[in-house]
Ligand binder design. Sequence first.
Ligand code: AKG
Ligand code: FE2
Length: 349
Amino acid sequence: MNAATLPIISLTSLDSDEGLAQLRRAASEVGFFYLIDHGLSDDAQQEYLALSRAFFQLPAEEKQRVDMIHSPHFRGYNAMGNEMTAGRLDAREQFDWMNEELALSAEQLNHPWQKLIGPNLWPSAMPILKPALTTLQNKLSDITVNLLQRLCESLGVDGHALDHTIGTQPYTHAKLIRYPAQASPQQGVGAHKDPGYLTLVMQDAQSGLKVERGDAWVGVPPIAGALVVNIGELLELASNGYLKATNHKVESPIQSAERYSIAFFMAAQLSATVPVLSLPPELKSRALGPSVDPSNPLMTDVGNNVLKGRLRSHPHVTRKHYCDEPLRHLLAKSFAHMPTADICDECRL
Ligand SMILES: O=C(O)CCC(=O)C(=O)O
Ligand SMILES: [Fe+2]
């Protein structure tokens, strides 16, 4: 599969039945597609990628001031060697930000996922980053909410069927990512599914993103101006498996080229439980239930499904902020159906 065969969906075509049918096919047969006519110009995207390059070029000590290890809410910077996917280290550095919120006090915490709520860590050496990335977050959030509504329509249900799980604004999580060139092929990020409803990826001119199709991995080469969309685990659950959260990974660039991307994950509010949509009979008969993988149970309680991914990806943050009592006890309860070593290998909860 190449750029010509990975579906290209125009957001402005989704007012028509034909556009919706194309969207449904792309989302159910591939789970990955390019989105065009989404309102974020190629020039604007290049500016955000340039900002990202400038951030990663900051001196190491400036980046370390906002290191994720300081954030119980999984916000901030991760140097190379700090992230695990599929049990192996990823070769990328990244900066994560989410909804800007106040943290809950220890007395207010009833569920471990509530600890995800909190402020971002912004680098004082680059004051432009906070307003610029907040603007980007709002734009991408609007695009994903619109797309989620169109997806619901394409499945023959009310376009607003999932609105109540989002409320006034969805849970959003975004990452600036740099994949440095490696001397030999490396895992930029290992094979995984994204936990939320929908993911948008903005890529520079360097390829590397791959999608699982049957027993093959196919490339998702960049198309100028297009955003890459993928279906997350919550949509697989909401559609009872009619839509699939597709496994994907990034292979590190080799030789001299580095790769920059910006990933944006949109989910329902952390306190929400995702409902199973009432699909019309012709789709329902093809919705055979979400995938069952004991090493990656899909959870309809959004906070736990999101936290599951964060705990595994950043074990150093988990150890520092989640493994002391009473949180450790609550965590063991939330993930009682998962192998405990999967959550924290060191303390085994
Ligand atoms: O960098 C990319 O192209 C994709 C990254 C990704 O899949 C992720 O961070 O979940
Ligand atoms: Fe991903």
